[in-house]
Structures are given as structure tokens and as C-alpha cells.
Ligand binder design. Structure first.
Ligand code: ZN
Length: 388
């Protein structure tokens, strides 16, 4: 992987394990610490600690309950069966909140993720609303992202999940939108060149229109403008509750395993076969991106893994089990309709940027004057900024 991207001289952050070859936009301060570490440390410093944190958590829970008064549900929470959302569901149950869980099924769930979600329901007794994406249509959208040669093939699913949560919240008039997203295991933002804006429905539609074969008919849609409208008029709020708890991944895993029968997937976001193959094979082999590098960097920043441990882990291949890689590859090819030849062709095809296609950034520029007028109203822009 080294030497890729203009044979740039390799420089690794002295604090985490990110480097300027795999993340070309990486910036270093005078001490050799990268901008992601500094951004993490600034965000961590801004969060309350100790008693102040407990007090803040109690205030948040009271607000959620207040807003949920007289309603069937206090809050909505998107669940994947992963550690973060499972632990948050556990916590909310302990704090007496009434949740409506939302799961978006794109046809790539592992059997284990289905079992883990069942475990949450059994333990908490919360209702679950599952949105099953139309497979033929979603497959056509996914394939159009392959054809476009862009990096963020997960964008359609990530957007569909966010849109589904808003749609469910709108239907049941639930103002509190909880998410398992948290600073200590997910950091602030993923390197820019590794992903695209998760709210960019304009990019999804444009790529699909250009390369897809079917019409987009059932794909969940909830425009960023509509999200802002709900934030402003209905006081919808995205709440990252785990940021106000003592969240330790290892401890949480042990707890949900013991209490809820949760079982480990062996990797972050490995609850979907596609995500596992995308992160474990497509990203490293085609795009020279290994997301573990960022995941470990965040855990180093939050003190949950040492730099030495992370470097040691990175020596291992993303798929530690070659048989699993073989099976996943066969499964993904077959499900998406690739032949061995057409898949090899894709892996060798040129890479294109999302911004080579119509995108929300162009849209913003077009309406720059209007947006500049709106800028002082940060509240309006909040949902747009939060999902970046
Ligand atoms: Zn760093």
C-alpha cells in the first residue's frame, strides 16, 4: 500500500496511525500530530466529564421524556445489531425510555445480525419497525455505484437508513432521534477522500440515473431541506447520547454479551456481508483504503487501544479468515450478478470522484447567496452538519 498516490514521502502521525499517503489531505501540526487527532481532542475537551457529564445525561433523558409525554414512544433509534446501537438500546431500557427501534434491511444482513437484533427486542421489549428495501431496485442502485467507480458504495444504504429514521419519526411524531454514533469509537469525521456526504441524495440520484437500468421508485427519500424544516418547526433533534456516558467498547461488549446474548462479528460494521466485503476487500484492493486505520486511530485517541497494539493489528490482513473471504466474494458476485471476468474488470477500472457527478456541493454553490443569508441560523443547518 505504501508508495501509492504519487510516491509521496510517507509521514505517519506521531499520536495515531494515520498517514499522508493513504489520507492525502492529512495535515500535521508542529509536533507531528495530525488534524484528526487534534479535532478529536478538541471535541473531547468540549464534552462534560465526571459529575457534570452524569448531570448532563440526566438532563437529556428528562428532556426526551418530557417531549415524549402522552406519546407511545419517547425516541426513535436506528439499530444494526452492532455494539454501539445495541448498547444504547440497553442503556435506554435501563433509564426507562420507550423506544421505537428502526432497522433498514438492504438484503445483506448476516444471520448473526438478525439474531443480535432479536436479542435486543427480547431483552428490552421495544417495538421494532423494519424497512425492507426493494432488492431489485437497491441492487440496481448499488451496481450503478460500481459502474460510476466512486469510493462510497455504502452511500445509498447509509442515506436510506437516515431517511427511514426521519420518515418513521415523522409518522409517529417522535422528536428525539437517537443514534449510537459516538466520539470515543467513531471520532469526529472519517477522512474526506474515503467517503462522501451521507445526505447527498442528489449524487445518489445522478449516479443511478446515469448508470442504472431501472427507475427509482421505492428508495426512501427525505430531503436535507425537509430534515431542516422538521428541526426548526417540529423541534426534531439528533441526540448522540453515548457521548454523555462512560463508553468503553470492550466493557460494553462484555455487558451486552452477558445480558442480551449478543455475539461478536469480528470487525466494525461487519454485521452486513456487503460491508464486510467492501471494507475488507474492495476498499483496500481497489481504493487502497483500510478503514481499520481510522477506527484504530480513534480508539488510540480515546485511550482504548495503544498505538503499538493498533500497529500490530494492522499487520494482519483485513480478512483474517481466507475461507470467509472466498465465500463472501462468491456470495457478493452472485447476488449482484457479476461474473468472475466482469468483477475483475471492475477492480481494474478507473476510480472517479463523487464530485465528478452532480452533487449537493454544486447545489450549495448554486444557492450560495441564499445559504449565506441562512448561515446565521445555525439551527436550520444543524442536521446537514451532523451527518457529514
Ligand atoms: Zn493522528
Amino acid at each position: 500500500m505504501q508508495g501509492y498516490k504519487d510516491n509521496k514521502e510517507l509521514k505517519i502521525c506521531v499520536h495515531c496511525i494515520l498517514d499522508n499517503v493513504n489520507e492525502p489531505d492529512l495535515l500535521f501540526d508542529k509536533d507531528g500530530v495530525c488534524n484528526y487527532c487534534n479535532s478529536y481532542l478538541d471535541s473531547a475537551a468540549a464534552l462534560p466529564k465526571g459529575e457534570a457529564r452524569d448531570k448532563r445525561l440526566n438532563e437529556i433523558v428528562s428532556t426526551i421524556k418530557e417531549r415524549g409525554k402522552g406519546k407511545k414512544y419517547d425516541a426513535v433509534l436506528g439499530v444494526s445489531g452492532g455494539v454501539d446501537s445495541t448498547y444504547l438500546a440497553y442503556l435506554c431500557h435501563k433509564m426507562g425510555l420507550k423506544l421505537l427501534l428502526v432497522h433498514c434491511d438492504n438484503g445483506w444482513n448476516t444471520e448473526l445480525s438478525v439474531k443480535n437484533i432479536e436479542g435486543i427486542i427480547k431483552y428490552t421489549g421495544f417495538d421494532l419497525h423494519t424497512i425492507v428495501l426493494n432488492w431489485e431496485e437497491f441492487r440496481d442502485i448499488q451496481l450503478s455505484f460500481f459502474k460510476a467507480g466512486v469510493v462510497d458504495i455504502e452511500l445509498p444504504y447509509d442515506y436510506a437508513l437516515i431517511a427511514s429514521i426521519y420518515k418513521v419519526a415523522e409518522k409517529h411524531n417522535i422528536q428525539n432521534l437517537l443514534s449510537g454514533h459516538n466520539l470515543v469509537t467513531e471520532g469526529t469525521v472519517m477522512p474526506k477522500s474515503w467517503r462522501h456526504d451521507k445526505l447527498d441524495i442528489i449524487n445518489i440520484k445522478a449516479i443511478h440515473k446515469m448508470f442504472g437500468k431501472q427507475k427509482m421508485k421505492t428508495f426512501p427519500h427525505f430531503s436535507p431541506w425537509k430534515m431542516s424544516y422538521y428541526t426548526l418547526t417540529k423541534k426534531f433533534e439528533n441526540i448522540r447520547m453515548l457521548n454523555y456516558t462512560e463508553y468503553d467498547k470492550k466493557v460494553s461488549k462484555e455487558l451486552i454479551t452477558k445480558e442480551m446474548g449478543w455475539r461478536d462479528y469480528g470487525g466494525k460494521h461487519y454485521e452486513s456481508v456487503f460491508t464486510r466485503f467492501y471494507q475488507g476487500y474492495i476498499l483496500p484492493e481497489k481504493f487502497h483504503i483500510d478503514k481499520r486505520q481510522f477506527h484504530y486511530s480513534v480508539l488510540i485517541c480515546s485511550g482504548q487501544v495503544s498505538r503499538e497494539e493498533a500497529l500490530e493489528e494492522m499487520e494482519k490482513p483485513p480478512y483474517t479468515n481466507p475461507q470467509m473471504l472466498k465465500e463472501d466474494m462468491e456470495y457478493v458476485k452472485k447476488k449482484l450478478g457479476f461474473t468472475d471476468e466482469s468483477f475483475d474488470e471492475y477492480m481494474a477500472s478507473p476510480i472517479h470522484k463523487h464530485t465528478e457527478y452532480p452533487n449537493i456541493g454544486n447545489y450549495w454553490k448554486k444557492y450560495y447567496r441564499v445559504i449565506r443569508l441562512l448561515k446565521p441560523f445555525k439551527l436550520i443547518l444543524r442536521p446537514l452538519l451532523e451527518h457529514k
